[in-house]
Design a binder for this molecule. Structure first.
Ligand SMILES: *[C@@H]1O[C@H](CO)[C@@H](O)[C@H](O)[C@H]1NC(C)=O
Ligand SMILES: *[C@@H]1O[C@H](CO)[C@@H](O)[C@H](O)[C@H]1NC(C)=O
Length: 461
């Protein structure tokens, strides 16, 4: 089981709302009571992107004498899923799913558990030349790790390509057939009969060609600024991007690059990112450490708004690129007001991001509301590790703007475009603060210049 170290810790949960804030603490010697068994289980692991996407479909039977409300680790969309803390030294992370209503004794329920694991695909070899193929290696377990006994199971893997130079060959199965079986880019381990709770089986690896870059955002900061005074929603995103693919073995050759670029083959370097923005996006910009990057293109019409960004250089494996991009929207496309004119609801994607497959290690989303906004409430579409509210002060602000900073980790591109909902109260008097401050400032300047013009600065008479 120790070989599965990174598993639990790297799991990022989908579709659990407020549940993420809660933590269950169990004794260090916790083992799940054996009140369930799994009569059938199918694990599907998708390795076509630079992270592992796993779906476990299981028929779970209550084998105790009582109705049962609790189940195994994993994540569900309709059930409340809560991480369980029980022993800091254990590499195993349990998640509790509450069944409501409870499953009666002797009855079964069919579950689908979805999870994603980041950073578990490694380039092997770790270095390649500019024109060599890139291969990624996945390491996992023969069995689906479970808190309960599983009577029948198999695992299907879908790889990014048919080219699989190495994979673990297990003992042939009882009927003499080979394990795994291969069909194109699909591998199947099992079926296996009775596997006891907590048994992971053999460690298995597969190494396959991966023709795309392994795009990882080490950090991304997204700033969403609401201005009632300007009727504007401004979005700015700062990216610290890395290509986590195989590192470049030799010096980068611009000549070889230009030659291959001519017929535009697939490349493991990051050449372009395409951001499908919300319709109505305008005034986009794209800058990096050097300044404005002119190799961007923005195509916008009534149906779509695509922002294509080309980094200043192709980002090969092991290389980094940091950049900033931003755009504006009409506020009325995102904010609805109550008829009292003082209560508002903002609905905006928590994350937009490029259409290319990416993962985010540290993600910080900040929403800056107008000055004087109070009673701020929000619902995040993805689990958070930190939430803060503070006052954000900039030029021409008096009391500072109410800001909410939300932090998430190990986020994958499937979470793009999920809606963040923020509600707030903004008294009408506050809505006039900015124009009042601007007006007062102008008046003060005007008065000052008038006084100055009246002072007699001539020396002597
Ligand atoms: C930055 O580059 C864009 C092209 O992507 C260009 O339209 C814009 O005028 C440039 N801005 C500045 C300040 O140079
Ligand atoms: C790229 O960024 C990562 C994470 O920020 C850092 O550890 C690494 O040293 C950087 N690599 C280079 C070549 O600058």
């Amino acid at each position: 089981m120790r070989s599965l170290h990174n598993w639990g810790a790297l799991v990022s949960l989908f579709a659990t709302l407020a549940a993420a804030a809660e933590q269950l603490v169990f004794p260090a010697d916790f083992t799940p009571p054996q009140v369930f068994k799994q009569s059938n289980l199918l694990r599907t692991i998708d390795l076509t992107k630079p992270y592992a996407r796993e779906i476990i479909a299981a028929v779970v039977e209550n084998i105790s004498k009582q109705p049962q409300t609790r189940n195994k680790k994993g994540s569900g969309e309709e059930f409340v899923v809560t991480p369980v803390e029980y022993n800091d030294d254990s590499s195993l992370q349990y998640y509790r799913i509450l069944f409501e209503p409870a499953v009666p004794a002797g009855h079964s329920i069919t579950l689908q558990i979805s999870l994603a694991a980041t950073d578990i695909l490694t380039p092997v070899p770790a270095q390649v030349t500019q024109v060599e193929k890139q291969f990624l290696q996945w390491t996992g377990s023969q069995y689906a790790l479970s808190a309960y006994t599983t009577e029948k199971q198999k695992t299907k893997l879908k790889l990014a390509s048919n080219e699989v130079p190495d994979f673990t060959k297990l003992e042939p199965k009882a009927d003499g057939t080979e394990d795994p079986t291969k069909s194109g880019n699909q591998f199947t381990f099992g079926p296996y009969s009775v596997v006891e709770a907590g048994k992971a089986g053999e460690e298995v690896t597969l190494r396959f060609e991966y023709t795309n870059p392994v795009i990882k955002m080490d950090r991304m900061e997204r700033l969403i600024e609401v201005s009632h005074w300007g009727g504007n929603l401004a979005i700015e995103e700062r990216y610290w991007m890395t290509n986590n693919g195989a590192k470049l073995k030799e010096q980068f050759s611009r000549v070889a690059w230009a030659a291959t670029n001519y017929y535009n083959p697939p490349t493991t370097a990051i050449k372009q990112l395409t951001f499908p923005l919300s319709v109505g996006a305008k005034d986009p910009y794209f800058t990096d450490e050097i300044g404005n990057v002119s190799t961007s293109r923005f195509r916008s019409n009534i149906r779509e708004a695509n922002l294509e960004l080309k980094p200043r250089y192709p980002v090969f494996g092991g290389w980094n690129y940091t950049f900033v991009t931003g755009w504006n929207h009409d506020l009325r496309d995102f904010v609805r007001g109550h008829k009292n004119g003082e209560d508002f609801v903002l609905k905006v994607p928590f994350l937009e991001g490029p259409k290319e497959a990416v993962t985010y290690k540290d993600l910080e989303v900040t929403i800056v509301l107008p000055e004087g906004a109070t009673n701020v409430k929000y619902v995040s579409p993805i689990p958070l590790v930190k939430e803060e509210q503070y006052l954000h002060k900039t030029f021409m602000d008096t009391i500072g703007r109410t800001a909410v900073k939300l932090t998430a980790v190990n986020v994958v591109d499937e979470q793009h475009r999920k809606e963040l909902v923020v509600s707030y109260h903004l008294p009408q008097t506050e809505a006039l603060r900015k124009p009042f401050v601007m007006f007062s400032a102008l008046m003060a300047m005007f008065t000052l210049s008038w006084i100055v013009s009246k002072i007699d600065l001539k020396i002597g008479k």
